[in-house]
Design a protein around this ligand. Structure first.
Ligand code: FAD
Length: 394
């Protein structure tokens, strides 16, 4: 039986970062993935992911994303690949009923955090938004914008590919196309069984994304829900002058679910703008997920999110994709030791906003494997916040 110091189950965003950091630190590590990452079956595909220092989801995320921005640059230097583009990031609210004292508004929360943490930014009114960003020519007169020049996007597939490649160069063993079927643990370590072999280790990190609930059982099968999401690349209008002039953005245009969309810059040579929204009303599973986008869904996306809101794009969808979030009850991450499996760290940093943090979290998880704690304070993500909560059956 092969024995390692550390094992990592799942080599997507989180697992690739973890296995890379462990191998770089000289740890004898193996990673296992049921697919061949980067792939299109989990949460980490679709060309681009937003990153921003003022993380409106909460102050607990700011130190994490700062570390990630440092590590993306280190990875670029080590690999020669472009991973992180500081295209500028615009968070804006444009709604006729906008209340400037509404503390739940995402743009206002983002501005508040940037002020608290000294993050470079500008606050823009409607006239400034229209003048600087032609794609938002239609914003309401009450619109407000937060512009972070250091924000932008990362390229998820390339980040994963680079970290796995560098991990192997540092001596990691990667088992791809191999599915973990059982995990056991006792005082001597963990034993992981796959459909092809059995492995032992001192420490285990489980970063199985959409599959984590099914693999781990209680309480994770109750806490983690999988939600299908769609990504759309809309064709630019002829003559639309958006390349080099469109930011990465998050637009709130009403209250509640379905009234926010986000998108990415028009990239040279592509002729498209990638636009998406999020849904949390219909849960799914990795096994039953419908992985195709229908023509009706494309039309609904244009009608509800694009028409009259984003200038310079046509209704033609050039490309689309389905990707899935793994979501916790409060939409914050779960990062904690398994309640019964010794030596095992369970990480579910998704809920639709995890990629920007993945490089730093991988470093923190590697530290946990090596010395049982991390430089980053990850206590906000512990399981105990759900203790005693009645959870709906799946
Ligand atoms: C549509 C969409 C848009 C998003 N946009 C953003 C964004 O703009 N900014 C941002 O920061 N975040 C964003 N996110 C969130 C971010 O992409 C996720 O937080 C991140 O990708 C989660 O990574 P992961 O490693 O947990 O999961 P994954 O990358 O899916 O990795 C899990 C891996 O585990 C493997 N696996 C599962 N079970 C087993 C098993 N039994 N044996 C072996 N291997 C197994 C799978 O094959 C997979 O490779 C978005 C997510 C989606 C879906």
């Amino acid at each position: 039986m092969e024995r390692y110091e550390s094992l990592v189950i799942g080599l997507g965003a989180m697992g690739a970062a973890t296995v890379y950091q462990l191998a770089k630190a000289g740890v004898k590590v193996a990673g296992i993935d049921r697919h061949h990452p980067p792939h299109t079956f989990g949460s980490s595909h679709g060309d681009t992911r937003i990153t921003r220092l003022s993380v409106g989801e909460g102050a607990q995320y700011v130190p994490i994303v700062r570390n990630s921005h440092r590590i993306w640059r280190e990875l670029e230097a080590a690999s020669g690949e472009a991973l992180f583009e500081q295209s500028g990031l615009l968070v804006l609210t444009s709604r006729d009923d906008f209340d400037p004292s509404d503390e739940s508004d995402f743009t206002l929360r983002t501005i508040g955090l940037a002020n608290t943490y000294g993050i470079e930014h500008e606050v823009l009114d409607a006239a400034q938004i229209r003048q600087r960003f032609a794609q938002f020519a239609h914003v309401a007169d009450s619109a407000i914008g937060y512009y972070e020049p250091g924000g932008g996007f990362v390229r998820p597939e390339r980040c994963i590919e680079v970290q796995l490649r560098l991990a192997e160069q540092h001596g990691a063993t990667l088992y791809k196309g191999e599915t973990v079927t059982a995990i056991r643990a006792d005082e001597h370590g963990v034993t992981v069984t796959t459909d092809q072999r059995t492995l032992q280790a001192d420490k285990l990190v489980v970063s199985a994304g959409n599959w984590a609930g099914g693999l781990l059982g209680a309480p994770f099968d109750q806490l983690l829900k999988v939600y299908r999401q769609q990504l759309f690349w809309f064709e630019l209008e002829p003559g639309a002058d958006l390349v080099g002039k469109s930011p990465t953005y998050i637009l709130t245009h009403g209250q509640g679910e379905g009234n926010t969309n986000y998108g990415f810059p028009a990239l040279p040579g592509e002729g498209t703008l990638k636009i998406a929204t999020a849904q949390y009303h219909t849960a799914s599973t990795p096994e039953t997920l419908d992985r195709t986008v229908s023509a009706a869904e494309e039309q609904a996306m244009y009608a509800q999110q694009v028409r009259g809101r984003i200038a310079g794009v046509t209704s033609k969808v050039v490309k689309s994709a389905v990707c899935a979030y793994t979501v916790t009850p409060d939409h914050h991450f779960i990062i904690d030791q398994h309640p019964t499996l010794q030596h095992t760290l369970v990480v579910s940093p998704c809920s639709g906003h995890g990629f920007k943090h993945s490089a730093a979290l991988g470093e923190a998880f590697a530290q946990w494997c090596i010395r049982g704690s991390s430089d980053l304070d990850l206590s906000a993500f512990s399981l105990k916040r759900f203790a005693g909560q009645a959870l709906a059956p799946q």
